[in-house]
Design a protein around this ligand. Structure first.
Ligand code: NAD
Ligand code: ZN
Length: 369
């Protein structure tokens, strides 16, 4: 294309300050520099992590910022030296990148690349400048992705090229919610056939854990949420039991222990709440149970727990993005999606234009997602 190296004017949802709603603005998106790519975003998802950004729960993020880290799009132009993608390629931005060179990338057991945006002291591009400006002000990037912009720029190691046949309106959830939940079950917990599982929280992430447990062959999948409207979908995806802790007279961990004898084999916390983190740990089998921490508790919140819960044999572990090496794995997950091995379309509850992004956040906060 001829016009690659021009500034693009387009719309983006800008968070000017903590606690303020997003404001849809015209922004200027500068061309990609060396080893960067500019992507036209076709669809973006709203994850609870974006809500944490707006609420100021994320440590060290500088404002103003364009949030959004789930998305799918098409490479519009590439900077000097880019070899991973070319203009016209369909891509998914990677909120955990894969540079392929750092010690974490070279370790087969790790997926948390050191080039993660969270490891940068400022949420800018690698050269410490921004590609976004609005009303003369520099706007910060988020998790390399900033998918709440019609065009965005990211380092080439933070995009995965996907199958040219992929419908881009649907696959944005393969950027975060789906790989996180699905991978928490498959990679982090390594759920075994015939096992029992409990999932706390049935948002996009928790429902994806349900899909993972089902694919792994779990015999009992217990889905827990304080919003009973989430249960129909959980059942459709494979949950065998649904529990609303508000209906109980006993703590949820006691109920789960009674239901399964000695506690579930695997529990997953997909809410980001101190109390359910402890409940999920206590609900898994005292001897071999594995509890996976997925939810983000607001920055600075501390949890106290009885170490005896671990001494008897339980394992407590966390998962960034479901443990996938993202640039290698996302294209394979997209292939699995195209082959209908799993159906994350069910995670999509509403489709809104960018102008209604704040309505999307209201739906998220109201649990109606
Ligand atoms: P969401 O808000 O869509 O879903 C959370 C669900 O939990 C809702 O259905 C809500 O009704 C339910 N809930 C709230 N309080 C509850 C309680 N006390 N007991 C039972 N259920 C309760 O969120 P999401 O987008 O699915 O994300 C879930 C969490 O995962 C968030 O904290 C998010 O930041 C985190 N996350 C982590 C990673 C990672 O890499 N580890 C990736 C993506 C998201
Ligand atoms: Zn790396």
């Amino acid at each position: 294309t001829l016009c690659c190296f021009q500034v693009i004017r387009c719309r983006a949802a800008v968070a000017w300050a903590v606690g303020k709603p997003l404001s849809v603005e015209e922004v200027e998106v500068a061309p990609p520099k060396a080893r960067e790519v500019r992507v036209k975003i076709v669809s973006a998802g709203i994850c609870c992590t974006d809500n944490h950004v707006l609420g100021g729960f994320f440590p060290n993020l500088e404002f103003p910022i364009i949030p959004g880290h789930e998305g799918a799009g098409i490479v519009e132009s590439i900077g000097e030296g880019v070899t991973f993608v070319k203009p016209g390629d369909k891509v998914i931005p990677l909120c955990i990148p894969q540079c392929g060179e750092c010690s974490f990338c070279l370790n087969p057991d790790s997926n948390f690349c050191i080039k993660s945006h969270l490891c940068e002291p400022q949420n800018l591009m690698p050269d410490k400048t921004s590609r976004f400006t609005c009303k003369g002000k520099q706007i910060h990037h988020f998790l390399w992705a900033s998918t709440f912009a019609e065009y965005t720029v990211m380092p080439e190691y933070a995009v995965a090229r996907i199958d040219a046949a992929t419908p881009l309106e649907k696959v944005c959830v393969l950027g975060c919610a789906f790989p996180t939940g699905y991978g928490a079950a498959i990679n982090t917990a390594k759920v075994k056939p015939g096992s029992t599982c409990a999932i706390f929280g049935l948002g996009g992430v928790g429902l994806s854990v349900v899909i993972g447990c089902k694919v792994a062959g779990a015999s009992r999948i217990i889905a827990i949420d304080i919003n009973k409207d989430k249960f129909a979908k959980a059942k459709e995806l494979g949950a065998t039991d649904c529990i609303n802790p508000k209906d109980l007279t006993k703590p949820i961990q006691e109920v789960l222990t009674e239901m399964t004898g000695y506690g579930v084999d695997y529990s997953f916390e997909a809410i980001g709440n101190k109390d359910t983190l402890i409940a999920a740990l206590a609900a898994c089998n005292m001897n071999t149970g594995v509890c996976v921490v997925i939810g983000e508790v607001p920055a600075g919140a501390l949890v106290s727990f009885d170490p005896m819960l671990l001494l008897t044999g339980r394992t407590w572990k966390g998962t960034p993005l479901g443990g996938w090496k993202m640039r290698d794995s996302i294209p394979k997950l997209v292939t699995g999606y195209l082959e209908k091995k799993f159906n994350p379309d069910l995670l999509i509850t509403h489709t809104l234009p960018i102008a209604e992004v704040n309505k999307g956040f209201e739906l998220l906060r109201g649990g109606k997602r």
